[in-house]
Design a protein around this ligand. Structure first.
Ligand SMILES: Cc1cc2nc3c(=O)[nH]c(=O)nc-3n(C[C@H](O)[C@H](O)[C@H](O)COP(=O)(O)O)c2cc1C
Length: 331
């Protein structure tokens, strides 16, 4: 399938493996996805600066296909990380959590394509106005940082596609299979970003206990935690219960901040403390029940979206012949 995304970024398929702190902070996951024809993304979020440079070099050596680097702009030493992305000539930057003006000029000068992650229509339009090459729009179902207002992916993606039809739009949040990919393309997206689905792969570097929690979760087993701060969607556990109880009891923001800060993604992802850590994952956890290799998963997604398209084409033919028959009945 050729879209404006595949043409602009030189990627074979409109599939992006989302940048995920810890889970894709290693070269193996993005290399597997890029080699299979999707866009693999190395997540710089929690990495030490020199580890990041090494991982980036390993990734460059592991694939001759396009890949991207995800940099959350609020992380400490974000500027040093951005410098390394330029020095090492990574082909694509995907930045999140901040505005594009911070980096866009020097990346354009360096000839590196830039994609910006947004969770609202307003921020999408601002990023496009600044001159970004494409945007990722993340809706309420997503793991990590969905929009605080929880506008669903279905509505957010459609709104942005209508407001900015000329923009290259990558949809994220709630997609776990080929049917979801086709749904997003139908809304007007040019590609789809999948996070939680790629979290549940062999190459994702989160603790085995974390992966098992994602596999065990049903579609209603995640919650948005941290309202009034920078809320995350996560699989419910003791930590989320503590936070949500404090919230329901009307405890003040400082008390809630203390509970929130006492937990972390690292605690769950690296240490495997899935009772007290932040098990960031989206609602699509409830659609996932296996831990394939990332290359197999990418090939499966491609096969699934093709079979979904064939099913839709079949519906079209069935509809046409029904219409024909009913017209014949009339005439
Ligand atoms: C464990 C985890 C870590 C994440 N870390 C980051 C990150 O470092 N930077 C970022 O831009 N988004 C991050 N995200 C959000 C994803 O990039 C993506 O937008 C989201 O997972 C898409 O929704 P889905 O999980 O429903 O597929 C993270 C998501 C998860 C699940």
């Amino acid at each position: 399938m050729t879209t404006r995304f595949t043409r602009t970024f030189g990627v074979a398929h409109p599939i992006v493996q989302a940048g995920m702190s810890w889970a894709s902070s290693n070269p193996a996951l993005p290399a597997a996805v890029s080699n299979a024809g999707g866009l693999g993304v190395l997540a710089a979020g929690p990495m030490f600066v020199e580890d990041f440079r090494k991982a980036l070099r390993t990734l460059k050596a592991a694939t001759d296909k396009p890949f991207a680097v995800n940099v959350p702009l609020y992380r400490p030493q974000a500027d040093e990380i951005l410098d390394i992305v330029i020095e090492e000539e990574a082909p694509i930057l995907i930045a999140s959590q901040g505005g594009p003006k911070k980096y866009l000029g020097r990346f354009q000068t360096a000839g590196i394509k830039c994609i910006h992650v947004v969770a609202s229509e307003t921020h999408a339009l601002k990023a496009l106005e600044a001159g970004i090459d494409a945007i990722v729009a993340v809706g309420g179902e997503a793991g990590g940082h969905p929009p605080p207002e929880q506008v669903s992916t279905l509505v957010l993606v459609r709104a942005i596609a209508k407001a900015a039809p000329e923009a290259i739009l990558i949809a994220g949040g709630g997609v776990a299979d080929g049917a979801g990919i086709v749904a997003m393309l139908a809304l007007g997206a040019d590609a789809v970003q999948l996070g939680t689905r790629y979290l549940a792969t062999k190459e994702a570097t989160v603790h085995e206990a974390y992966k098992q929690k994602v596999l065990a979760a049903g579609i209603a087993d995640t919650a948005l935690v941290g309202a009034g701060m920078s809320p995350i969607r996560m699989v419910c556990n003791d930590f989320s219960a503590r936070f949500l109880e404090a919230e329901a009891a009307g405890s003040d923001i400082e008390a809630r901040r203390a509970i929130f800060a006492a937990s972390s993604l690292k605690l769950a992802a690296l240490d495997g403390d899935v009772a007290n850590g932040k098990i960031e994952a989206g609602q699509s956890a409830g659609l996932i029940d296996d831990l394939p290799g990332a290359e197999d998963l990418t090939l499966r997604l491609i096969a699934e979206y093709r079979s979904t398209l064939a099913r839709l084409a079949g519906l079209d033919i069935a509809l046409e012949s029904r219409l024909e028959r009913s017209l014949q009945g009339v005439l």
